[in-house]
Design a protein around this ligand. Structure first.
Ligand code: BDR
Ligand code: CA
Length: 307
């Protein structure tokens, strides 16, 4: 089974990404970043979900509390004040043991990693960029980085920008220019993959605690995600997991892209560099998705939580 490292800011849709990654891959550990909420909360949410799903042995490591060069903007309008509103987790004593060592942990893990590294990032790219800036010698060892972020068309936090790229455009721009082989999954495809309202009932029929948690958090998410509608709500982050597990679910286009860092109004917007199409920096951008194949795989990966 392929090993992966996860960097995330849970976050309702990050939770789905985490649960699917746990059954699809060997997850080596999770680093958390500030984004949907402050980093203490995204850390706590990751820890709580792993414990609830009986993955207590997977370690969580807290990373950056704010973007590289800017104040933090959170998405509490989507994810609530906890970052994962909708479900009341049982208090656990382990939550007090915060490991705020993401950068050190990654360095030690990557140093001892015998295989080429696969990394999946579903929050602002602060941890990833900071790590790579300080550890450029690891860049050749990264086989693939799958990212949920950006949009070739309209944004979701501004008319131009997707949330993860908006929060830390400096990190996003640096990572995309790093030369690492990247699969980028943005709103152009995540807005096609809608979790239907019937899925909420399906979670409940499982009769498991994970099913109840997913039902409750996604009930909240359906009411708060601005792009949710009668057809359902976009699942965003789990598509970055699918991009590693099943790239054939997507249509990919090599592109040379940057992220706007300076202009206030266009902050975080994806810019396709003129002459793009000659893939000189390794960024493959998802431009379409086979939604039916993706969802049937997603439910298969979630099946172990139904018991
Ligand atoms: C992204 O922003 C966050 O709110 C979600 O978790 C996802 O990573 C979608 O724009
Ligand atoms: Ca996220």
């Amino acid at each position: 089974m392929k090993s992966v490292y996860l960097d995330m800011d849970p976050g309702h849709d990050d939770v789905l990404a985490l649960l699917v990654a746990l059954t699809a891959f060997h997850v080596k550990g999770v680093t958390t970043v500030a984004g949907n909420q402050t980093v203490d909360k995204t850390y706590r949410n990751a820890r709580r979900v792993l414990d609830l799903a009986h993955y207590e042995a997977i370690s969580v490591h807290q990373g950056y509390a704010h973007p590289l060069f800017r104040p933090l903007v959170t998405a509490s309008h989507v994810h609530g004040s906890s970052g994962l509103d909708g479900y009341r987790f049982h208090p656990r004593t382990r939550e007090d043991e915060i490991l705020d060592d993401a950068q050190m942990w990654l360095a030690s893990e990557f140093l001892h990693e015998p295989d080429p590294i696969t990394w999946i990032a579903t929050g602002p790219l602060t941890n990833v960029a900071a790590f790579l800036m300080g550890n450029t010698h690891f860049i050749p060892h990264i086989e693939r980085l799958a990212i949920m972020g950006g949009s070739l068309n309209k944004g979701n936090i501004t008319p131009y920008a997707e949330f993860n790229f908006y929060v830390d455009p400096d990190a996003a721009d640096w990572v995309l220019a790093s030369g690492i082989p990247i699969r980028l999954v943005g709103l152009d495809v995540t807005h096609k993959a809608l979790l239907s309202p019937e899925a909420l009932e399906r979670f409940l029929t499982w009769g498991s605690e994970v099913g109840t948690m997913l039902h409750d958090i996604f009930t909240f998410y359906f009411d708060h995600e601005p792009d949710a509608g009668p057809g359902g709500a976009p699942v965003h982050d789990v598509l970055a997991v699918a991009a590693v597990a099943h790239p054939e679910f997507f249509s990919w286009q090599p592109m040379n892209i940057r992220v706007e860092r300076c202009h206030d109004v266009h902050r975080g917007q994806v810019i396709v560099v003129p002459g793009s199409g000659v893939d000189d920096r390794g960024v493959e951008v998802a431009i379409d998705i086979d939604v039916d194949r993706f969802f049937s795989w997603m439910w298969e990966m979630l099946d172990p939580y139904s018991r």
